[in-house]
Design a protein around this ligand. Structure first.
Ligand code: MTE
Ligand code: MO
Length: 357
């Protein structure tokens, strides 16, 4: 009998049951590492059922020694562990003005996990790259129909070599010390730290080394199509690195608090260095105050922050947080609009009420 607790998603805010898209509840962002059952899930198609004992991973294309690895082969290779934040490129889409079509994420498509696996570099070295190799295509075992696609599409992404040769880019088989769960890509998923989640292909079935980016449906879909303003040459580019961002985790939207001292808490992260400053506004953008910020704790994870707020004016207000990263990027009130609603890092605005109880 299936364990009801394991497939009820009770620790997640489910936006779509099938395929499953489910976000974290913001107060759960307080954890250093998100508990596995509370990690957001974004699947385009139903999760494939894979038997790891008969599963094999072919690595072919522009290599001198094509090979095929079993699950056991991967488990026996030198392992590498990383703590890495993952955020869906469509996170906060519903807050973009005007919102784009797609899963209407509020802000919950972000989590941190401890992942263990084999560096992609180790696997590629074993296959021996040809000198013309520039990109590698990762195909998932899942497929289905997409809103603007033709026929059945396999979830697939190519990633440029420079990113793949970073030792922290891994083929993961463990999440938080346990076997990778089905929803997160069992038996093997790619993990591309510092990039939005779409590149971290789950249920990896096939690896093909190429001398150009593959340019398939999902690569084109996960691209920024900006407002053209009548100009035809507006540059289309792929979604890659995480933009600087912060979220208020408590209090949550709609909270009613009594006058007095309250802690405003949250997280901040960037794919472009660490966070150097988080400011908080409790008066609808009139004044900003520096929050207490946790030191960076590794390259790919979030930093928690908190601010002691003296809630002395009764009524409705907006709490906001604004992060600055070490490259000098600062969150703006409204992130630039784009057709698919990606990379939304607008300042998180949380309406709450101060009222005598
Ligand atoms: N094979 C496959 N890989 C996939 C996806 C998918 O639908 N199929 N979704 C991608 C997207 S858009 C995101 S945000 C992350 C989500 O990973 P998670 O469900 O483990 O949080 O997986 C990526 N990898
Ligand atoms: Mo995503």
């Amino acid at each position: 009998m299936p364990d009801p607790a394991s497939n009820s998603y009770c620790n997640l805010n489910v936006l779509s049951p099938d395929p499953i898209c489910a976000g974290v509840f913001l107060p759960n962002l307080h954890a250093e590492v998100t508990p596995t059952e509370g990690h957001f899930i974004r699947s385009h198609f139903a999760a494939p059922k894979i038997d790891s004992s008969s599963w094999t991973l072919p690595i072919t294309g522009d290599v001198d020694s094509p090979l095929s690895l079993s699950y056991d082969d991967l488990l026996k290779m030198p392992s590498h562990e990383i703590v890495s934040l993952m955020e869906c490129a469509g996170n906060s889409r519903s807050t973009m003005q005007p919102p784009a079509e797609g899963v209407q994420w509020d802000n919950g498509a972000v989590s941190v996990s401890k992942w263990r696996g084999v560096s992609v570099k180790t696997v590629l070295e074993q296959a021996s790259l040809k000198s013309k190799a520039t990109d590698v295509l990762f195909e998932g075992a899942d497929c289905g129909k997409e809103a603007h696609g033709n026929g059945d599409l396999v979830y697939a992404m190519s990633v440029p070599m420079a990113k793949l040769l970073e030792p922290d880019t891994i083929l993961a088989y463990e999440m938080n010390g346990e076997t990778l769960p089905e929803d997160h890509g069992f038996p093997i998923r790619l993990l591309v730290p510092g990039w939005y989640g779409m590149a971290s292909v789950k249920w990896v079935a096939k690896i093909t080394v190429m001398d150009h980016p593959n340019g398939g449906f999902h690569e084109k879909d996960y691209s920024i199509y900006p407002a053209t303003d009548g100009k035809e040459d507006a540059t289309v580019r792929r979604v890659t690195s995480l933009k600087v961002k912060s979220l208020v985790s408590t209090p949550t939207k709609g909270s009613v608090v009594s006058p007095g001292r309250h802690k405003v808490t949250g997280v901040a992260w960037s794919g472009d260095g660490h966070i150097v400053k988080v400011e908080v506004s409790t008066d609808d953008d009139r004044s900003w105050h520096t929050a207490k910020l946790e030191e960076p704790n590794g390259t790919h994870t979030w930093q928690h922050w908190e601010y002691d707020w003296d809630a002395n004016s009764l009524g409705h207000t907006l709490l906001r947080s604004r992060a600055t990263d070490s490259a000098g990027n600062v969150q703006q009130m409204l992130a630039p609009w784009n057709y698919r609603g990606y990379e939304v890092n607008s300042i998180h605005s949380v309406p709450i009420t101060v009222r005598n109880s």
